[in-house]
Write a protein that binds this ligand. Structure first.
Ligand code: UTP
Length: 293
């Protein structure tokens, strides 16, 4: 069974739901409290033991590459001003030299296409796929939980993070069928993209974190456009499931869909309330806004 060393972060989308904020700035750089979304998920991947971070970027996304580089002028100024804790923070956020790679998706043809763009950088080994607009608040992180579940399968399996949603929202997501279950992990019997409520095999949806075997790349290479004309990762996974095992992991933790405005705002509130340095003052503000004081 091959270890999971590499993670793909697709960051080439247009982020239209956040216009005009995302006209000139990547959605993935929007901050949740004081860390960009992309930093939150890179931290999660580092904690899970990922050694190589592969970003699929596009036009207007150069600032993501800069974010994961040193900023000498800033560092010099901080040094002169003896801001040692800020300097330490910047250094600890940085992935090590040679552990990041950037490739381009020239046209935003869908998530599946973005993943396929990383095929040469991943090579012939299983990898993690982490969507930066899904945050999961928990320690250990969602990806660490998935890698543990992957190891427990003792085979070159594919593993998908899943979570429950209310039945009236099921038609918006990829939904999985549940087979033999052990602890928080189960064999996936089927995957259906955006089913009608009455056709959904369960109320468990596919949520932003995947461990995939490299055979997915060949399938993505021949994948036709699906919903919205985009090349969908779920369509390729449905094909891969014909020859390889897929497992679902019901992860611990609260997830936030930061691709939507409400999810993003909720993430900011939850992450601020979890910070010792911010929570007391922030809680007061929230209570005042809600008319509780
Ligand atoms: P989304 O569909 O949520 O992102 O894709 P989007 O297209 O940027 O946002 P909206 O819907 O227009 O508001 C999830 C992730 O996949 C990336 C996005 O950057 C995001 O991180 N993605 C999506 C790509 O890299 N390429 C694509 O063609 C589509």
């Amino acid at each position: 069974m091959k270890p999971i060393r590499k993670a793909i972060f697709p960051v080439a989308g247009l982020g239209t739901r956040f216009l005009p904020a995302t006209k000139a700035m990547p959605k993935e750089m929007l901050p949740v409290v004081d860390r960009p979304l992309i930093q939150h998920v890179v931290d999660e991947a580092r904690e899970a033991g990922i050694e190589h971070f592969i970003f699929v970027t596009g036009r207007n996304k150069g600032v993501i590459e800069d974010h994961f580089d040193r900023q000498f002028e800033l560092e010099l100024t901080l040094k002169e001003r003896r801001k040692h804790s800020d300097l330490k923070l910047l250094a600890s956020d940085l992935p090590g030299p040679g552990t990041t790679s950037f490739t381009r998706q020239q046209s935003p043809l869908g998530l599946g296409h973005a993943v396929w763009c990383a095929r040469e950088l991943v090579g012939n080994e299983p990898f993690a796929l982490v969507l930066p607009d899904v945050l999961v608040q928990h320690s250990p992180g969602c990806l660490a939980q998935m890698i543990e579940a992957y190891r427990a399968t003792k085979q070159n399996a594919n593993v998908i993070a899943v979570e429950e949603v209310p039945a009236d929202r099921i038609h918006q997501y990829g939904v999985v069928g549940v087979g033999k279950t052990k602890g928080n992990t189960f064999a996936i019997t089927q995957m259906v993209e955006k089913p009608k409520r009455e056709d959904a095999p369960s109320n468990l949806i596919i949520t932003g974190r995947y461990i995939l075997q490299p055979e997915i790349f060949d399938l993505l290479g021949t994948q036709e456009g699906g919903a919205g004309g985009e090349i969908q990762i779920t369509d390729a996974m449905i094909r891969l499931a014909k020859t390889q095992p897929f497992y679902g992991v019901k992860f611990e933790g609260r997830s936030f869909d930061c691709g939507s405005k409400v999810g993003f705002l909720a993430a900011n509130v939850a992450y601020a309330l979890a910070r010792d340095d911010i929570a007391p003052a922030f809680r007061k503000e929230i209570e005042e806004l809600l008319g509780k004081k």
